[in-house]
Design a binder for this molecule. Structure first.
Ligand code: UDP
Ligand code: MG
Length: 322
């Protein structure tokens, strides 16, 4: 039995098929292993029965707390809200769909105590029941972002992790609006230890991360964790200038030594125009991406808006002995 007051942060978007089961499994693990805990569900503007199921469950159980958003703000803002509102000495971030096994939580806390560290991040040994496309893009994504990023980011790691109060407080100080949470938690530093696990199949329902959301997620992580795209843009510019200079030298050479051949070259002109046009558009595009992120940040809109809460603002709760 652990005495550490533990918060579990669970973002949910349209999870009516799984929410009862995740509540049941989480409660079982937490009751048996922890003296004090809270299950903090963040309802990210679900359009199905997720909120009403949570409200119903919360009536019987003061450990269950809910933050409900005014609309769908996204997975990362939901986790962010959980980190800002949780009351525990340590917090565990976990998906609602039981892909991350709740049974790993006691092991994470044990490792946290044994190693005396501040973060325990869960590394996926393998992922079951996911499409080849998802696995492939995820693998590629984690490697690219680690290569591009200025801080080193652990590979094949989602948001499933334990963070302690020091990290929670440091995280809550960060003013940026668009948060790539797993990156930021690496960025804050402190002592971080891995634990490996098998990622299961989703218990029920389907993924709430369509391609559109995956791309937005990749964009934020890239723009907020790397300035290299800007450098790539300037390198492309330099390369283009060099190629341009070489080409002019070549034209000059032909003019002087082989003037009869000068009428040719329509196709090469066309290629050059298209190529440099492309380089310029791409460079402007990259600039535009950073500009729009800066614009979003200076607008200073909140990351999320809370519509309603359930069982929030109570003291640490002691679970019934089992
Ligand atoms: N989620 C959320 N808001 C969203 C999308 C997802 O809160 O806009 C939650 C979702 O309910 C789940 C977690 O984020 O608890 C991970 O989503 P999902 O399992 O659909 O993603 P996948 O595992 O397929 O990458
Ligand atoms: Mg999932």
């Amino acid at each position: 039995m652990y005495t550490t007051y533990t918060s579990v942060i669970i973002p949910c978007y349209n999870e009516q098929e799984v929410i009862r089961e995740s509540y049941r499994r989480l409660t079982h693990v937490m009751r048996v292993n922890f003296e004090a805990y809270e299950l903090l569900f963040i309802n990210d503007g679900s359009k199905d029965k997720t909120l009403s199921i949570l409200q119903e469950l919360a009536q019987q159980d003061p450990h269950l707390k809910v933050l409900s958003f005014s609309r769908n703000f996204g997975h990362q803002p939901a986790v962010s809200a959980g980190i800002s509102q949780c009351a525990g000495d340590v917090a565990i971030i976990i998906d609602a769909d039981l892909q991350d096994p709740p049974e790993l939580i006691p092991d994470m806390v044990r490792l946290y105590q044994d190693k005396n560290c501040n973060v325990v991040y869960a590394v996926r040994k393998n992922r079951q029941g996911e499409t080849t496309f998802k696995k492939l893009t995820a693998k590629l994504f984690y490697r690219t972002i680690d290569y591009l990023s200025e801080v080193s980011l652990p590979l094949d790691t989602g948001d499933f992790r334990l963070i302690d109060r020091k990290v929670i407080n440091a995280f809550n100080q960060l003013p940026e609006r668009n948060k790539y949470i797993r990156g930021l938690i690496s960025w804050v530093g402190f002592r971080q230890e891995p634990i490996s696990y098998e990622r299961n199949e989703r218990f029920a329902g389907e993924t709430k991360y369509p391609l559109r959301k995956m791309l937005r997620f990749a964009r934020t992580s890239l723009l907020y964790f790397s300035n290299k795209p800007l450098r790539i843009a300037s390198s492309l510019g330099v390369a283009a200038v060099v190629i341009g200079l070489l080409l002019s030298l070549w034209v000059l050479y032909v003019m002087v030594f082989k003037p009869s051949e000068l009428v040719h070259g329509w196709s090469s002109t066309l290629i050059i125009v298209v190529f440099f046009g492309g380089v310029q558009m791409m460079t402007i595009g990259i600039l535009g991406e950073y500009l729009s992120s800066i614009f979003n940040e200076i607008k200073g809109r909140p990351e999320f808006i809370i519509d309603d809460t359930v069982n929030i603002s109570s003291k640490p709760l002691v679970s019934e002995p089992t």
